[in-house]
Design a protein around this ligand. Structure first.
Ligand SMILES: Cc1cc2nc3c(=O)[nH]c(=O)nc-3n(C[C@H](O)[C@H](O)[C@H](O)COP(=O)(O)OP(=O)(O)OC[C@H]3O[C@@H](n4cnc5c(N)ncnc54)[C@H](O)[C@@H]3O)c2cc1C
Length: 449
């Protein structure tokens, strides 16, 4: 956006070329408002419905003005993305419920990032890899220069888009603290994306008095396969079977309604729920009726012909496990099972209840997945406005802007709905780029005068 508006642009990327693009290289889709069927999107997803979805998942912890700005921008950004080489595809059959709301990137985030880099290169954007910025020099809210080691890089304007602090395990440990069991929950977290979002610039800006928003312990946090690597496991480590079975903790007890709402609206609560359980581990248990109804994860589940054998293989107490499953199976009131609507299959007299898609787990083979909290991105960020300006003591900077995870907390105080990270990043990235160019060109005109 900045280059197209006539500014000369230098992109500083801390990662080497092969790891460029941070978490964006892991994405699959973008949530888009639309009033009628549009290219890859079916039906309509009007502004009001998008807003209500966002309001619900955030529990109202969102800035309505900025949220609506993102929602409206989401209706027009696909054309801009296409102009920069991004291709879209309809959602696949296995990705339930998303064909109306989310546009999928052909080739995923890696193809998206590569397309953007190719386009940026064609436009004449300069890129430096292995360039971790360690400080931002600001004078009275005005950006002066970025620092890398001893090097000082001046510019007339700057956009900060360096992600959250999710990859910084020390900071995560501090943010989550110690729980009542004496555990440090964050020690058991896995990071789904890049190792490069260390929060260095967030901390640097906080140190210089930039206004912040959000709670450091809030993040997008999904339950992922416990066998996933510490960083960059990506989307294939997610286990989307939770709403089709039961979730147990280490004591083989259920702890939350697995059928509360559609998976894309509720999948992001499970990481946090597992984080609150002893040992920060949960076990998703399904039977063969669930197979084929969720996206197959990269690691096969533990498989057994009997429930006691499954418990043993997962390291759970077989008698507690047996009791929980017996209670659950006995409480199921099966109506007409339909995973595409909030159906009438529910439990009765069970706490916690399973309010939809409740069917007895009784058809072998049985499968179990051990799950850990997988952090996608943190929500603590810099306070901003509709011009994407960084604020100092309530005053917007004239030439320092912010986009993406570094400001997502303005719209996402808590919770998540699939694809909104990219909606926020794309909307504010475009605004910030345009504003930075305006500030740079005005600065240049001023200097010439
Ligand atoms: C596995 C996974 C799947 C996801 N799927 C989706 C999805 O399908 N849809 C969706 O909407 N969202 C998804 N998200 C969230 C999405 O990735 C983010 O919302 C979005 O990519 C944020 O973009 P960003 O530019 O703020 O951060 P990033 O894309 O992470 O970019 C930050 C960049 O800053 C660089 N950097 C960090 N610190 C410094 C520094 N000090 N100096 C220089 N460079 C620095 C990093 O190397 C990185 O390149 C997913 C995230 C993950 C991890």
């Amino acid at each position: 956006m900045a280059r197209e508006a006539g500014a000369s642009v230098l992109l500083l990327e801390s990662a080497p070329r092969e790891w460029r693009g941070g978490n964006s290289m892991h994405v699959r889709n973008l949530r888009c408002m639309h009033e009628a069927p549009q290219d890859v999107l079916v039906d309509a997803y009007p502004e009001e419905e998008f807003w209500q979805d966002l309001r619900k998942v955030t529990g109202g912890a969102t800035d309505e003005k900025l949220a609506r700005l993102v929602i409206r921008a989401s209706s027009t950004c696909r054309d801009w993305m296409r102009r920069h080489g991004v291709h879209f595809q309809p959602s696949l059959g296995g990705t339930l419920h998303l064909s109306r709301t989310n546009a999928f990137f052909m080739g995923g985030g890696k193809a998206l990032v590569n397309a953007y880099y190719r386009s940026a290169q064609d436009l004449g954007v300069k890129v430096r890899y292995n360039a971790p910025v360690d400080d931002i020099e600001v004078q009275q809210g005005h950006f002066m220069a970025a620092h890398i080691g001893g090097e000082r890089i001046e510019a007339r304007a700057c956009v900060l888009a360096a992600g959250g602090f999710e990859s910084n395990r020390e900071w995560m440990r501090e943010a989550w603290g110690q729980n009542e069991r004496g555990e440090w929950p964050a020690d058991n977290f896995l990071i789904r994306g890049t190792r490069f979002n260390q929060g260095v610039l967030l901390k640097a800006m906080m140190g210089q008095g930039a206004d912040t928003i959000g709670d450091p312990s809030q993040s997008h946090c999904v339950a992922i396969d416990a066998r996933a690597p510490l960083y960059d496991g990506g989307i294939c480590t997610r286990v989307d079977a939770v709403s089709l079975g039961v979730m147990l903790n280490r004591q083989a007890r259920r702890f939350y309604d697995e059928g509360e709402d559609f998976w894309p609206k509720r999948y992001a609560i499970w990481g946090r729920l597992v984080a609150q359980q002893p040992g920060q581990i949960g076990y998703c248990i399904i039977d063969s009726k669930a197979i084929g109804r969720f996206m197959p994860p990269v690691f096969p589940g533990v498989k057994a012909q009997t429930l006691p054998d499954l418990a043993r293989q997962l390291g759970l107490d077989p008698s507690a496990f047996g009791q929980t499953l017996e209670d659950f199976n006995g409480a199921c009131r099966v109506g007409t099972f339909d995973h595409t609507v909030l159906d009438d299959c529910h439990t009765e007299g069970l706490a916690p209840a399973k309010t939809h898609w409740a069917r007895p787990i009784d058809t072998p083979p049985y499968y179990g997945y051990a799950l850990r909290p997988g952090i996608t991105f943190t929500y603590l960020g810099l306070k901003t406005n509709e011009h994407a300006a960084v604020h100092f003591a309530g005053r917007p900077s004239d030439n320092l802007f912010v986009a993406g995870e570094m400001m997502a907390g303005n719209v996402l105080g808590q919770g998540y709905t699939a694809g909104v990270g990219m909606s926020i990043g794309t909307a504010f990235g475009r605004i910030a780029g345009g504003q930075a160019a305006r500030a740079a060109l005005e600065g240049a005109a001023h200097e010439t005068a």
